[in-house]
Design a protein around this ligand. Structure first.
Ligand code: CP
Length: 306
């Protein structure tokens, strides 16, 4: 599989075969990480983060360092020349003259696409506003695949802020190519999935509901999401909607014994701490898988050792 030199901007940029190949590579890295300790030696990753991140930035940095490469970048745009008014295009041209591959997060939808047109090096979208977050989706699909073996016949409940949640948008779009998947979208009316995402799965079985408790017994995977405070136009709406769903141990009594509870994290109140020790809570394992799939992705886009 040749992914060398490619960008990853949107979840459909990778074919099903390419994603499956990355999952297999991530599985091999998980099994024998020592075999991959030097494969990116001499390569430099730039992390370009205009918006806050813990997992995505640090897992990309850890991934590159564990592959023997090195990392430069910024996580506070105020410390870069962005503060002097430099454009995304000029910033990415600058970074491309120093690094071999770049990862970018930006609060504006479409920013990664604009940057990729100027980059000349592989560019990975680490989240563009409320639009897409494709490497979170690779993380999510890898986690389900490692546990369930395949995606055939599974029912996925996506719950919370489906309007602004870029991880939910990416997940749903990526699954649009897997015909054996059924979706139940669980959200308040104000936070329903946008039309452009719903259109992607119009050929699949899906329903939109408001109640999590009623939907829970049907689910094989429950994908919880945070209400995205930073995307709201007024605080009143956020306060009214922020605790729409709070999953706790008591609510799980009617759930399947092999349910997988996923969350891209960070969480606020939507999953209570008393769920963390339930064997169905997969979100911390999911977070760790993010580093392994990013190792596989960096290797593939750099054409290294594959
Ligand atoms: N899941 C995710 O994108 O987490 P961060 O915002 O911490 O990177």
């Amino acid at each position: 599989m040749d992914l060398q030199g490619r960008n990853l901007i949107a979840p459909l940029d990778l074919s099903v075969a390419e994603m499956e190949w990355l999952f297999d590579l991530a599985g091999r890295i998980i099994a024998r990480p020592e075999d991959y300790a030097d494969v990116c030696k001499g390569k430099l990753l730039a992390t370009v983060f205009y918006e806050a991140s813990t997992r995505t930035r640090l897992s990309f940095e850890a991934a590159m360092l564990r592959l023997g490469g090195q990392v430069i970048g910024f996580s506070e745009p105020q410390s870069s020349s962005v503060i002097k008014g430099e454009s995304i295009s000029d910033t990415i041209r600058t970074i491309a003259s120093y690094a071999d591959i770049a990862v970018m997060r930006h609060p504006k939808e479409g920013a990664a696409l604009v940057a990729a047109r100027q980059s000349g090096i592989p560019l990975i979208n680490a989240g563009d506003g409320g639009h897409f977050h494709p490497t979170q989706t690779l993380t999510d699909l890898l986690t389900i695949r490692l546990e369930k073996g395949s995606f055939d016949g599974i029912t996925i409940g996506v719950c919370g802020d489906l309007k602004f949640g870029r991880t939910a948008h990416s997940l749903v779009c990526a699954f649009s190519r897997y015909s054996g998947v059924r979706f139940i979208m669980i959200s308040p009316d104000e936070l329903r999935i946008p039309e452009y995402v719903r259109d992607e799965i119009s050929h699949l079985e899906f329903e939109e509901v408001r109640d999590l408790t009623d939907a829970l017994p049907q689910l094989d995977v429950l994908y919880m999401t945070r209400v995205q405070k930073e995307r709201f136009f007024n605080e009143e709406d956020y306060i009214r909607l922020k605790d729409s769903y709070i999953l706790n141990a008591a609510k799980l009594k009617n759930a399947k014994p092999d349910l997988m509870i996923l969350h891209p994290l960070p969480r606020v109140n939507e999953i209570a701490a008393d769920v963390d020790d339930d064997p169905r809570a997969f979100y911390f394992r999911q977070m760790r898988n993010g580093m392994y799939i990013r190792m596989a992705l960096l290797m593939a886009l750099l054409g290294k050792g594959v």
